[in-house]
Design a protein around this ligand. Structure first.
Ligand SMILES: C[S@@+](CC[C@H](N)C(=O)[O-])C[C@H]1O[C@@H](n2cnc3c(N)ncnc32)[C@H](O)[C@@H]1O
Length: 373
């Protein structure tokens, strides 16, 4: 695996005419913020990997500990560097991720309304952080400019392999992806289930590329009558938890898809180019046709840049993710991309589907529903 992206020298233009003439330095500040954002997420990664949020949570509500007390509780660490830990925690407390109690000289740290989202199994942001700051991910982003210069996939330039193949061969990386998908999927399914009622008329459902079955387990909470199949690559379903009412089936969606009245396919097609999407969709169509079944494609859409307000309005979780999605697809997939309404209609029609309807849900989530007849 290549580890370092080639450094490209930059030129600092010295001519007076290039000197910025702004009324304020807001623009410069924004660039500093963007620049240090990546470092802040890596510092937070260290906090999470060390298990600091759990250590604080185990002390009970409202508790606080000094860096030395936290260090004494780090598992498998005989000689912790307390000063290093204090430096990291102080930085995160300044970013409002922990509550700092006491003075700068004798600080104690406690969980606050931000760091409580790093513990527990509801809405925990740690899996998202751990995937996006993963060593391999970070190294792949360093090759992004080569995607422009050489029309390559940054991840493949780094690892020599497509991401799903690399994950198959690296169980730890695969687990990091699955944990991320579990967390991401839970949140998105709460938006889907609140606003979309299209599961009502189904008796059976297959989730194509369903990962470890998170989406189906959320669907079955509301529609327990459904007979459900979670379909994904064999190595993924082999590590999936048992879910009552869900059968895990391993296979390849490019070969065929198990049979059901409804196909659910969420955050899959964004990973592939049109040709591969049509192949997957044709397999879905084939399996649905004998039952005149329907497909439900769930993706996020990216709002037009022209409509993005200049002021920083508060954005929802998936809205923020959808904004970074196109560039992520460029870095990690061969031809994956977000699509407009018309592009979705064309893809489904090309695979044979009819009566295509698009439901726009909150937070940039869309469901494209279509029939096989
Ligand atoms: C981005 S994840 C989406 C997972 C899930 N649908 C969700 O929304 O949480 C993509 C999934 O596609 C699966 N996948 C990739 N190639 C596949 C193939 N050829 N056949 C079946 N599943 C595949 C991956 O294992 C992974 O679980």
């Amino acid at each position: 695996m290549a580890t370092l992206a080639p450094e490209r020298p930059i030129t600092l233009l010295s001519d007076e005419k290039y000197r910025p003439q702004p009324a304020t330095t807001d623009g410069q500040e924004l660039l500093w913020e963007i620049t240090f954002g990546g470092i802040t997420s890596l510092i937070l990664r260290a906090v999470v990997v060390l298990g600091v949020p759990e250590i604080l949570a185990r002390q009970g509500p409202g508790a606080s500990l000094s860096a030395a007390q936290i260090a004494a509780r780090l598992p498998n660490c005989a000689h912790p560097n307390v000063g290093a830990l204090d430096c990291i925690l102080k930085y995160m407390a300044r970013r409002n991720v922990f509550q700092l109690i006491g003075s700068d000289e004798e600080p104690q740290y406690g969980l606050n309304d931000v760091s409580r989202w790093l513990v527990g199994n509801v809405g925990n942001v740690s899996p998202i952080l751990l995937l996006h700051t993963h060593e391999v991910h970070m190294a792949a982003w360093n090759h992004l400019h080569e995607a422009v210069l050489e029309n390559c996939v940054a991840f493949e330039r780094l690892t020599g392999k497509p991401a799903f193949e690399y994950a198959r061969e690296h169980p730890d990386y695969s687990k990091t992806i699955n944990d991320f998908m579990m967390c991401y999927s839970k949140g998105m399914m709460s938006v889907v289930l609140e606003h979309y009622k299209g599961f009502d008329d189904l008796k059976s459902i297959v989730d194509v590329g369903g990962n470890v079955g998170t989406a189906l387990s959320e669907i079955l909470r509301v529609y327990p009558h459904l007979k459900a199949i979670n379909f994904d690559q064999p190595h993924v379903v082999a590590n999936a938890p048992r879910i009552s009412g869900v059968e895990h089936v391993g296979g390849d969606m490019f070969d065929n898809v198990p049979s059901a009245d409804g196909v659910f396919i969420k955050n899959i097609l964004v990973d592939w180019d049109d040709e591969k999407c049509i192949k997957i969709l044709q397999n879905c169509y084939k399996t649905l046709l004998p039952r005149s079944g329907k497909i439900m494609v769930v993706e996020t859409i990216v709002k037009s840049c022209a409509n993005t307000p200049k002021s920083c309005t508060k954005k929802g979780f998936f809205e923020k993710i959808s904004e970074v999605l196109d560039v992520s697809m460029l870095a990690f997939t061969d031809g994956g991309t977000t699509r407009s309404e018309n592009q979705w209609r064309n893809l489904l029609a090309a695979a044979g589907f009819t009566e295509i309807k698009i439901f726009e849900l909150p937070q940039s989530v869309v469901i494209i529903e279509a029939n096989a007849k």
